[in-house]
Design a protein around this ligand. Structure first.
Ligand code: ADP
Ligand code: MG
Length: 208
């Protein structure tokens, strides 16, 4: 099985991410209270609720879907993570051909375009203790897994989780956590944790 997803499947992924963010809201906020301002869980939950409210009708294409998700996140989430997650989705759409289904190579390329957008906007480097420490390893695992969509998404989610865990000892160099200097070490980065939920939700959706 190589596999491809429809726009409806991608809506299922976005809904699953919303559900995961709701389930882990307190945990994300606890991580952000250790090294930030304790709003990451509520920021993202509010944003994803706004996104899901716009998806009663399935968008015409994957590109349209990601545009709606990105624009809604930019306009409804404050803080650093709204523009960054918004950029991730806004950059994914144009990377996809219009209409039709999306296979592993196309979705991997779209995710890469999205993450490159996050890097361009946030200027974080690997090891700065941010969401890209989960997302960048996930992209490489995705590409290495080949053309089986379920296997690629599983590998990406696992790599994201490892990247998330590896943020714990790091000293933050971007965002609010960087204000803490060395005291930011010893805690997992909240954005790396939520990014892992995003890829876990995708793996669960395409495995179903
Ligand atoms: P804020 O920091 O404004 O309160 P959130 O708490 O919602 O926003 O999100 C914090 C997360 O955003 C961090 O854990 C980190 O992963 C991510 N982040 C912050 N700044 C950057 C950046 N410049 N580049 C990439 N990710 C960043
Ligand atoms: Mg915060």
């Amino acid at each position: 099985m190589t596999g491809a997803v429809s726009t409806g499947d991608l809506v299922t992924w976005i809904r699953a991410f919303r559900d995961a963010v709701q389930q882990h809201k307190e945990e994300l906020t606890a991580l952000d209270s250790a090294i930030g301002d304790a709003d990451h869980g509520s920021n993202l939950a509010r944003g994803m609720d706004a996104v899901v409210a716009k998806l009663d009708t399935v968008p015409a294409s994957p590109a349209e879907l990601f545009k709606t998700v990105g624009m809604t996140l930019v306009s409804s989430v404050g803080g650093a993570s709204g523009p960054l997650y918004g950029t991730l989705f806004l950059r994914m759409g144009p990377a996809l051909a219009t209409g039709g289904t999306v296979d592993a190579a196309a979705l991997g390329a779209a995710l890469r375009a999205g993450v490159e957008g996050v890097v361009a906007r946030g200027k974080a480097k690997p090891g700065d203790k941010t969401m890209i420490d989960a997302l960048l390893p996930a992209l490489d695992a995705w590409d290495a897994a080949g053309d089986d969509l379920a296997a690629a998404a599983r590998a990406a989610a696992d790599a994201a989780a490892a990247g998330r865990d590896a943020t714990e000892p790091l000293v933050a160099r971007k965002g609010r956590a960087s204000y803490l200097g060395d005291r930011s070490a010893g805690h997992v980065d909240p954005g790396a944790a939520s990014s892992t939920l995003l890829l876990e939700a995708l793996a669960a959706t395409v495995a179903a």
